[in-house]
Design a binder for this molecule. Structure first.
Ligand code: SF4
Length: 332
């Protein structure tokens, strides 16, 4: 079809019905076979939604399955020590999510006899569960007719409507289009469409199930995106007798409190002799792109920290960057 044809005529109600029908039929045929879609158990839905915040699907799949093997039910998670939960979360980053998950599990077990509240208001009272996650659990696990908006859904809706939908407007539009008979599938279908068809760059409009109803059929012109920052950072990889020196971040640090990492050092001098034991890698956190240099050498005396046997390192909650460095150095 010609993507520049006008949108299908019809009143709002009939276009809405058509949108729901086409989207849901497409989702039934095309949805990815992801492990958290195998049932609607709220513990599994919740875990996957928290893991998927700020993390790509491909990176979550393995972690999700391993986390469930370790904590197959909410009672096991509630009983676990925080260090075990953080160790199981290691590699996913944004550790505040893991702490909140643990706190919410304890609250569900203590105050709700291990059962999730089945409505949005009850879910939102739990630690770490905001508007989006509450709507996801309520609609997918309990069939509550409530819409949700994440980055993918927002992009689909703005292109579909052909305009920016600031603040509450995007939630209202999502609510307006929601299928009340299949809210969980509808919400997942919207996210799936954004993740696989209505892509941030070069959306695949020719295969889009709602193209005939869409106002934009392409990228909506947006203001320039956020400017990324560049930084260099340097670490010492101090190995001795099968151990590695690691330091723990302060418990009150705003980022990754209590996690373990390599000692940070000042910029090393670029000498040919040192470059044999030097590793360079790239790492991105939110809007900053780091160039990371790791020197294999003793850490400065005042570093403090603890020597950890290489084979025990995996039991500690490591920062994502420390894990990446230790993997690159073939220590874990
Ligand atoms: S037609 Fe294109 S822009 Fe519109 S919703 Fe589909 S993929 Fe997105």
């Amino acid at each position: 079809m010609n993507l520049h044809e006008p949108r299908l005529p019809g009143n709002l109600a009939s276009r809405k019905r058509m949108f729901q029908r086409r989207l849901l039929a497409w989702y039934t045929r095309n949805r990815r076979n992801l492990p958290w879609r195998r049932d609607r158990d709220p513990y599994r839905v919740w875990l996957s939604e928290i893991m998927l915040q700020q993390t790509r699907v491909a990176a979550v799949v393995d972690h999700y399955q391993r986390f469930l093997q370790r904590f197959p039910a909410i009672e096991r998670l509630a009983r676990a020590r925080e260090s075990s939960v953080l160790a199981a979360w290691s590699g996913l980053g944004y550790y505040r999510r893991a702490r909140m998950l643990h706190a919410a599990a304890k609250e569900i077990v203590r105050q709700h006899e291990g059962k999730f509240p089945e409505n949005v208001a009850g879910l939102r009272e739990l630690p770490g569960i905001g508007r989006y996650t509450a709507a996801a659990i309520a609609s997918i696990s309990f069939g509550v007719p409530v819409a949700l908006v994440d980055g993918n859904v927002e992009r689909v809706l703005e292109r579909f409507e052909g305009k920016c939908l600031p603040g509450e407007a995007v939630w209202e539009t999502a609510e307006e289009l929601l299928s009340r008979s299949r809210p969980g599938d509808f919400n997942q279908a919207m996210m799936e469409l954004g993740a696989t068809v209505c892509l941030p760059r070069q959306p695949l409009c020719t295969v889009c199930p709602v193209r005939e109803l869409c106002a934009t059929r392409g990228e909506l012109t947006q203001p320039a995106g956020e400017v990324r920052q560049k930084r260099e950072i340097h670490y010492a990889l101090d190995r001795q007798d099968g151990t590695v020196l690691l330091v723990q971040r302060p418990k009150d640090a705003s980022l990754m409190p209590g996690m373990w990492e390599l000692p940070e050092i000042a910029a090393p001098q670029p000498t040919p002799a040192q470059s044999d034991g030097r590793l360079t890698l790239r790492h991105s956190i939110t809007v900053t792109d780091f160039v990371v240099t790791v020197e294999q050498r003793p850490a400065p005396e005042a570093t403090g920290g603890r020597r950890v046997q290489s084979r025990r390192i995996h039991t500690l909650p490591l920062t994502g960057l420390a894990r990446k460095i230790l993997r690159a150095a073939k220590i874990i």
